[in-house]
Ligand binder design. Structure first.
Ligand code: 4AD
Ligand code: MG
Length: 442
């Protein structure tokens, strides 16, 4: 009779049975003339398979290559004592077929090749690189992390919304807008869904989205993509302190959720062996204190001059500070001129705004958030200061006319969160097909 088709992750419950498995040749080892080991991969796990005697003598066996697709039949069982292999099982093959052959040789982008080759080749061949152990583990953790963000918000009573990606307004400044021709009118790819989330508050209460955002970031950095997944939330009737708590609780809760799943935890441990969920309170620091910290700790401009109040803190000093402090930092109260138009000044000090960035060791900023100007006149004044035409924002301004309320929110870059959680060198490793300057393929 035809044996049962199983997925590799279900090997345990099929021990001692004759089964059928489909998969890709992840590793291949030929031992003498009469023995061959295949580590088979099917997306659910890895399975060691042994072929002996005449099974190894056919033409297919002699020319089998890495990444070929095969179907194998045989008895699956626990590995014999003293042997180790991924998954802890072994399939003793009694019949097999090649479904699709791979070219082998230099063309097979195996784990080894992908880890060692030139980055530009890795990105060009990313459709093959994602078959590797590391890249696929990152993508699997990403899936669980995105689910954990949704679970976090859903369990706190937020609704998820799906705002448009094609827009005619900017959120984070004109210099990073991607524009295109929309039936003869100029439109942009969205930089952030924030303004749309704000319009949902009166009928849905707290809302969130997990949507793509786009930024024309023209420089090569470890943490900038042209397209990234943006997890954004907006909450009515909160104070600035509540907002800081929301961000801190979210990061801790999402980490706890993925850490509680044994499979996800083991992938995190494989990728970032030193990782431990963070239980202490995050450091809270004002922008002004950060400027002082940089000066006190000798972090200077390239020309040796000090950082001064009012300047943006760029990626490299931000990273230097965050790494030295070694803890998550909620950096608050940035000066208005270096931040977005919608951020309100504080009552005590009109030079600074109710704004926050969350900085993580190894990456720096992973979250940006703020309270929002909620008074109509104040918002008009902010547009004027910024030199923005208010016409395309009529719907956003209406929010301040039709029953306004104090509110705030934030956005987290999913790839940056993953770069931190999984200790990846760059955010480019944390998405399926990264988009950055000079790359829009595969
Ligand atoms: O700090 P940003 O620009 O803030 C906003 O867009 C707000 N409107 C969000 C809000 O309040 N709803 O971006 C938020 C986060 C950053 O902290 C960073 O993690 C990520 O988005 N981000 C990027 N990630 C990858 N590549 C880029 N080019 C990114 N730009 C921002
Ligand atoms: Mg920011």
């Amino acid at each position: 009779p035809e044996p049962k088709l199983i997925r590799i992750k279900d090997a345990t419950e099929n021990r001692g049975q004759r089964v059928k498995v489909f998969g890709w040749v992840n590793r291949l080892r030929v031992q003498g003339k009469d023995m061959m080991f295949i580590v088979l991969r099917d997306g659910t796990g890895y399975l060691q398979c042994v072929l002996t005697n005449t099974l190894c003598h056919t033409f297919d066996a002699l020319t089998l290559t890495l990444e070929s697709t095969v179907v194998l039949y045989g008895v699956v069982d626990k590995l014999p004592e003293g042997k180790t292999a991924p998954g802890g099982h072994e399939l003793t093959v009694d019949y097999w077929e090649v479904v699709g052959k791979a070219p082998g040789g230099d063309d097979a982008i195996t784990n080894k090749v992908s880890a060692e080759s030139d980055p530009s080749i890795q990105y060009q061949q990313r459709h093959l690189v994602i078959r590797g152990d590391t890249a696929s583990a990152v993508l699997k953790v990403r899936s669980r992390v995105m689910r954990a963000f949704r679970d976090h918000f859903d369990s706190a009573g937020y609704f998820e919304v799906t705002p448009p990606c094609m827009v005619q307004t900017q959120v984070e400044g004109g210099s990073t807008l991607f524009s295109f021709n929309y039936y003869g009118e100029q439109a942009y790819l969205t930089q952030s869904s924030q303004l749309y989330l704000e319009t949902c508050l009166p009928s849905m209460g707290a809302v969130y989205t997990m949507a793509e955002s786009y930024r024309a970031e023209k420089s090569h950095t470890r943490r900038h993509l042209s397209e990234y997944t943006h997890c954004e939330a907006e909450i009515p009737f909160i104070s600035f302190n509540d907002l800081l708590d929301c961000i801190e609780n979210m990061v801790k809760d999402v980490v706890n959720r993925v850490w509680a799943e044994p499979e996800t935890r083991s992938m995190i441990e494989q990728l970032n062996p030193d990782f431990k969920p963070y239980t202490e309170p995050f450091v809270r620091m004002r922008y002004e204190e950060a400027i002082k910290w940089l000066n006190d700790n000798g972090v200077k401009h390239e020309d040796g001059s000090d950082y001064v109040f009012g300047e943006d803190i760029p990626e490299s000093p931000e990273r230097a500070m965050t790494n030295k402090i070694g803890k998550p930092i909620l950096l608050t109260h940035f000066p208005g001129p270096i931040k977005a138009f919608y951020m309100p000044a504080t009552k005590e000090d009109p030079r600074v705004t109710e704004s926050v960035d969350l900085l993580m060791p190894g990456v720096g900023e992973i979250v940006g958030g703020s309270m929002r100007i909620w008074d109509h006149e104040d918002l008009l004044a902010a547009y004027k200061r910024e030199g923005l035409d208010t016409a395309p924002y009529y719907w956003y301004l209406d929010q301040r006319k039709y029953g306004t309320c104090p509110h705030g929110g934030f956005g987290l870059g999913v790839e940056r969160f993953l770069a931190w959680l999984l200790d990846r060198y760059t955010v480019r490793e944390c998405c399926l097909y990264p988009r950055f300057v000079d790359r829009c393929q595969p």
